[in-house]
Design a protein around this ligand. Structure first.
Ligand code: 5MM
Length: 341
């Protein structure tokens, strides 16, 4: 594996591959395990992640990198192999979520700021030693009749830029994730309103990245798609693809090697169909792929149910979603492939 930031970034968005977001914090993974009536112990979290990382077909062919949570980067498989080494053995790159989560922004009713900059330089150096070659930081923006405010957008963009500069100093590629929520409160905004907010947020983020002297060739953008609110969904696949590509072309310099979307609460198949429509229908200067959490894992976690005997079925479910999204990353996914699999 090459150590230049540019080479790592290019490998993260290699054609036909994408990123597995397995960086659920303890609270989020507990919610996922609650859905299968499983207690979230350290061993259960290890077993679940080990099951995913040992799904050889998926990992070798469709997963370029895996975003881990601090605990997982330090964990070993049942046989003592470090989980990060399982990922590397499959030819994939270990990454690490370094933000400390979105907290209430003082003075801004209902908006958040992502924390975690204090001590980040030292943590990044340690994560590098533990094998991480890329990192992730998520800033969260909610839409309502009155939100977002300019102050909250700018402060989140500044935090993303400071994080990205620190990553590059440590030899780690930053994934810059400004997420405009699809399922916020009330979650009934139109696709046009999502476009408007995404446009403002991306403009602000790239201005701040520029001011922070972040090297665009050595980063990956992880945006939301332009989509209507979860409680008002009516946009077609073509409309989502068209408006998403339009907002990206208006804001993302071509020196950024790749864009890897979050799924944000879309169904598995919607997230795949939208990505495929963009890659099939438009010429773009960057590789466009996935960095999905829920849309890659939902079927696998359900099939697993916390039971060893279900590991093959869960790995098959994960491999299927990874393959469908690998096809979408080249624009080659079809509904027929989804059904025939
Ligand atoms: C996997 O979920 C990630 C962690 O969330 P928490 O810090 O809240 O536990 C999340 O950041 C994820 O990487 C992205 O939002 C993309 O995941 P989705 O599920 O939206 O594709």
């Amino acid at each position: 594996m090459s150590e230049r930031l540019e080479d790592i970034a290019i490998a993260m968005v290699a054609k036909g591959k994408g990123i597995l977001a397995a960086d659920e914090s303890s609270g989020t993974i507990k919610k996922r395990f609650d859905s299968i009536n499983l207690t979230s112990t350290e061993d259960a979290r290890r077993d679940y992640r080990e099951m995913l990382f040992r799904a050889d077909d998926a990992m070798k062919n469709y997963i370029s990198g895996v975003i881990l949570y601090d605990e997982t980067l330090r964990q070993s498989a049942r046989d003592g192999t470090r989980l990060a080494d399982l990922i590397k053995a499959a030819g994939s790159i270990p990454g690490i979520k370094v933000d400390a989560g979105a907290k209430n922004l003082a003075g801004f009713n209902g908006e958040t700021i992502t924390e975690g900059l204090d001590g980040l330089r030292e943590r990044l150096n340690e994560y590098y030693e533990l094998g991480a070659r890329f990192a992730k930081w998520r800033g969260v923006v909610a839409i309502s009749d009155t939100l977002p405010t300019w102050g909250a957008v700018r402060q989140n963009a500044q935090a993303l830029a400071r994080y990205a500069a620190l990553c590059q100093e440590a030899g780690i590629v930053p994934i810059v994730e400004p997420e405009i929520l699809m399922d916020g409160v009330p979650g009934d905004h139109s696709i046009e309103r999502c476009y408007e907010v995404t446009d403002l947020v991306l403009k602000t983020v790239f201005n701040e990245l520029y001011d922070a002297r972040v090297k665009l060739e050595g980063m990956i953008l992880k945006p939301n798609m332009v989509i209507d609110g979860k409680n008002a969904r009516k946009a077609s696949v073509e409309q989502v693809a068209e408006l998403t590509v339009r907002v990206l072309k208006a804001n993302v310099p071509s020196s950024v090697p790749g864009i890897a979307f979050l799924s944000g609460g879309q169904s598995d198949v919607e997230a795949t169909a939208h990505l495929s429509a963009m890659n099939a229908g438009y010429d773009m200067p960057w590789n466009l792929t996935f960095s999905y959490g829920r849309a890659l894992q939902a079927a696998a976690i359900k099939a697993w149910g916390g039971k060893d005997e279900n590991v093959p079925a869960a790995q098959a479910a994960f491999t299927h979603r990874a393959r469908m999204n690998g096809l979408a990353a080249t624009g080659a996914w079809t509904e027929a492939q989804e059904k025939n699999a």
